[in-house]
Design a protein around this ligand. Structure first.
Ligand SMILES: *Cc1c(COP(=O)(O)O)cnc(C)c1O
Length: 455
């Protein structure tokens, strides 16, 4: 089937490449699909197939593929100053201009940025920064960080520990000490007989119970994604964030919003914290910051925290590539495009509502138990019984559906039996129509395959 170029690349993969989040043996048996180029919301594989990328790469390609402006910004900066560090009392223009541009977009009380090379490194920074903050305030015991089951905060030791992915904790003896987890606000999967509203309150109350169990004097921070991404585009019931805010107001702990997915327009607002009116003390960023054109992450820090850190002497933390000039130049150009092309405004007023309306039409499908979404995020729950929300057991329905999607020119990701999408923010209404009709076709093919297997 495959052409000789594809086979050549696949053999290079077999012989030399260890791919992230992959079953190495299965990957060898099957061979990776080779993606060769992209334009707008589409990518092409080495067999010449054109595929609508419903996941924007990995949630990151906000402005779409193939924008010359970002390549030009990188090229210009590489020629000007390819690298210099931001350690030991030096800086360079792009990192300073980017810090200012981000501070202008962030909530009013957040005006400083610590740069990293990725979201995971951002959350490693969070862990060290919040503990350092409390130590400087004379409260060395305030060390414990509360995360959530099935949250995702990256794959470094701190990131995977702060996250609540059991498959990640099983490998490498995680979480590290000083990190605990509470239930996630996943009504469809775990809400049982409760209404979504009651379940949202229950899930938020778990934060208070955990603070009391650990002791307020031992808790440094609570970290959460405004909307869980990798966990399955889990949109909390409307009661959840207001109740969490009530709990946070009662206790002296820091709140960290992991904005790696929600940040830079995914919800139609600049940050998920704007969408839900949260007032975080720190926000982790990455992905959409550069539209994925080059790696970059960071932590946006509130004035309250900066004031304390300012009095603390050296912060003994940083990465060679913190604030990398080429990454900063690309990020600046990406933010310029997001602003000047009014991409968020379009998501908020036009394409976001249109995507949600079109996606919701899939609710009538026999396999679909729920469709939910916000802005340019969506999830489709695949179930055996629409009324009771009962799942298919051990059939891998999500992966079956994902396979049909890939073979029919659409990338949707499967998280268990939840199909998720997060297309480029620049997707047009016509492209949304294509996405939804392909999704319906693939749901039909999945159902047909399930029925054939039963017969
Ligand atoms: C992707 C992601 C991370 C990790 O970012 P990397 O750049 O992969 O290290 C952290 N938090 C959230 C919410 C993410 O989606």
């Amino acid at each position: 089937m495959s052409n000789s170029q594809t086979l050549k690349w696949q053999s290079l993969s077999n012989d030399h490449h260890l791919a992230p989040f992959s079953d190495f043996k299965q990957l060898k048996a099957q061979g990776p699909r080779i993606i060769t180029h992209g334009k707008g919301v589409y990518i092409w594989d080495s067999e010449g197939n054109k595929i609508l990328d419903g996941m924007a790469g990995l949630w990151c390609v906000a402005i779409g593929y193939g924008r010359d402006e970002l390549a030009d910004a990188a090229s210009k900066q590489m020629k000007e100053l390819a690298f210099y560090n931001t350690f030991f009392m030096t800086a360079h223009p792009p990192v300073l201009e980017l810090a200012k541009a981000i501070a202008d977009l962030a909530p009013a009380h957040m005006n400083h940025v610590f740069f990293t090379g990725s979201g995971s490194e951002g959350n490693d920074t969070v862990l060290r920064m919040v503990r350092h903050y409390w130590a400087l305030k004379g409260k060395k015991d305030k060390k414990v960080i509360i995360g959530r089951v099935n949250g995702y905060h990256g794959s470094t030791v701190a990131g995977a520990s702060l996250g609540g992915m059991s498959g990640m904790h099983e490998q490498g003896d995680l979480p590290i000490p000083g990190i605990v987890h509470i239930a996630q606000p996943y009504w469809f999967g775990e809400g049982g007989d409760m209404t979504p509203e009651a379940f949202g309150i229950w899930a938020a109350e778990q934060l208070e119970l955990k603070i009391l169990e650990v002791g307020e004097d031992n808790v440094a921070a609570f970290i959460a994604e405004p909307i869980q991404g990798a966990g399955g585009v889990i949109i909390p019931p409307a009661s959840y964030w207001p109740k969490i805010k009530e709990v946070l107001a009662r206790y002296d702990i820091l709140f960290v919003a992991d904005e790696v997915i929600c940040g830079f327009g995914r919800t139609g607002e600049w940050f998920g914290s704007d969408y839900y009116d949260l007032k975080p003390d720190l926000m982790t960023i990455a992905k959409g910051l550069t539209s994925g054109y080059i790696p970059m992450g960071g932590v946006i820090v509130s004035d309250k925290v900066v004031e304390v850190l300012n009095e603390g002497g050296d912060f003994n933390h940083g990465f060679t590539y913190s604030g990398h000039p080429v990454a900063a130049a690309v990020a600046l150009e990406n933010l310029r495009i997001l602003r000047e092309e009014e991409i968020l405004e379009k998501v908020r007023a036009q394409t976001g509502p249109y995507l949600q309306q079109r996606l919701s039409e899939l609710s009538d499908h026999p396999l679909v138990g729920e469709v939910r979404g916000v802005g340019m995020l969506g999830a489709i729950e695949l179930v055996k019984d629409k009324q009771t929300r009962e799942r298919f057991k051990d059939k891998g329905v999500g992966m079956i559906c994902r396979g049909h999607c890939f073979n029919n020119g659409l990338i949707m990701r499967a998280v268990g039996d939840t199909m998720i999408i997060s297309p480029p923010l620049v997707i047009s209404k016509e492209e949304i129509d294509e996405l939804v009709s392909k999704a319906r076709l693939c749901l039909d093919l999945t159902l047909a395959e399930l029925e054939a297997n039963v017969a």
